[in-house]
Design a protein around this ligand. Structure first.
Ligand code: SAH
Length: 251
C-alpha cells in the first residue's frame, strides 16, 4: 500500500534503474547507502554491483518489513529511520556513497542533511524534482550556496514522470554531488544562519546587512546585492564575518 505522506513514487523499468546504478559507478568494496528504498527496485540492481555493504534508510516500517522479506543478502543493513535528520557518522564508515530516488517533499532537507555530513559522504546520487535540481545548480539561494560550498553538483539526466508509479506531476532529474576539496573549517550551523540572513530581503544592499569592515575585508563593494555575489564571495565574506564580532546587521 503506497503512502502519499511519504511521497512514495516507485521507479519502474529495469533499463532506467540500471542506468542510474551505472551512473553511480559503484566499485568493489564500496559502502553504499540507499535513501528511501521503498519496495526495493533500485536496491536489487544495487546488489548486482560488487559493493561491500548496503545500508537501507527507509522511514516507513511497513516497507522495511517488506524489504526484509524479499531481500536476503548479508551485505544489507536495514535501518528504519528518517533521512532528513539521520546521523551518518553512526554508520562508522568514512566514505559513503549515497543514492536514492528521494521522497520529493523532503528532498531539500535530505540534501541539506547530506551537506551536514559531507565529512562522511564524498558522493551522492539523487533523483529529485527537475525544478529542485535546476534551482540548486542555476539559481542563488541559501541552499544552493550551502550545497555548492561543499559539493560540485552535476545534472546527469532527466527522467519523465511515466517511469514512476504513481507518476508524479513533475519531471525528475538525477543529479550527482561530488565533494570538493575543502581546506577551511566551517561551523555549519553558523554558516547556514549567515547565508539565510544574507538571502532575506534580497533587494537590500549588502551594507544594510553586514558591517562595512567585513565587506571591506572580503573585498566586496557595499552597494552590491546578495544575488550579485559569486560562490567565492560568500566564502570570503563568511570568513571575514567570523573574524569580526557582530558583523551582521539585521532587524
Ligand atoms: N526507491 C524506491 C522508492 C522511492 S519513493 C523506488 O525507486 O522505487 C521514496 C521512498 O522514500 C519511499 O519508500 C518512502 O517511504 C521513503 N521516505 C519518505 N520519507 C522519508 C524519509 N524522511 N527518510 C527516509 N525515507 C523516506
Amino acid at each position: 500500500m503506497l503512502k502519499r505522506q511519504f511521497a512514495q513514487h516507485l521507479l519502474i523499468g529495469s533499463g532506467i534503474l540500471q542506468k542510474l546504478v551505472d551512473l553511480a559507478e559503484i566499485k568493489p568494496k564500496e559502502t553504499v547507502v540507499e535513501i528511501g528504498p521503498g519496495t526495493g527496485n533500485l536496491t536489487k540492481k544495487l546488489l548486482n554491483t560488487p559493493l561491500k555493504r548496503l545500508f537501507l534508510i527507509e522511514i516507513d516500517p511497513e516497507m522495511i518489513e517488506h524489504l526484509k522479506n524479499i531481500i536476503k543478502d548479508e551485505r544489507v543493513v536495514f535501518i528504519n529511520a528518517d533521512a532528513t535528520n539521520f546521523d551518518f557518522s553512526s554508520l562508522g564508515e568514512k566514505n559513503l556513497k549515497l543514492i536514492g530516488n528521494l521522497p520529493y517533499n523532503v528532498a531539500s532537507l535530505i540534501i541539506e542533511n547530506t551537506v551536514k555530513h559531507s565529512e562522511y559522504i564524498p558522493y551522492s546520487f539523487y533523483m529529485v524534482q527537475k525544478e529542485v535540481a535546476e534551482r540548486i545548480i542555476n539559481e542563488k539561494s541559501w541552499l544552493s550556496i550551502f550545497v555548492k560550498t561543499f559539493y560540485e553538483v552535476k545534472y546527469l539526466m532527466s527522467i519523465p514522470a511515466r517511469f514512476f508509479v504513481p507518476p508524479p506531476k513533475v519531471v525528475s532529474a538525477f543529479i550527482r554531488l561530488e565533494r570538493k576539496d575543502i581546506k577551511y573549517i566551517f561551523d555549519l550551523k553558523d554558516y547556514k544562519n549567515f547565508l539565510t540572513k544574507l538571502f532575506s530581503q534580497k533587494r537590500k544592499m549588502l551594507k544594510h546587512k553586514i558591517s562595512q569592515t567585513c565587506l571591506k575585508n572580503a573585498g566586496i563593494s557595499e552597494e552590491k546585492r546578495v544575488e550579485e555575489l559569486e560562490l567565492k564571495d560568500f566564502i570570503s565574506l563568511y570568513f571575514a564575518f567570523q573574524k569580526s564580532e557582530k558583523g551582521l546587521k539585521f532587524d
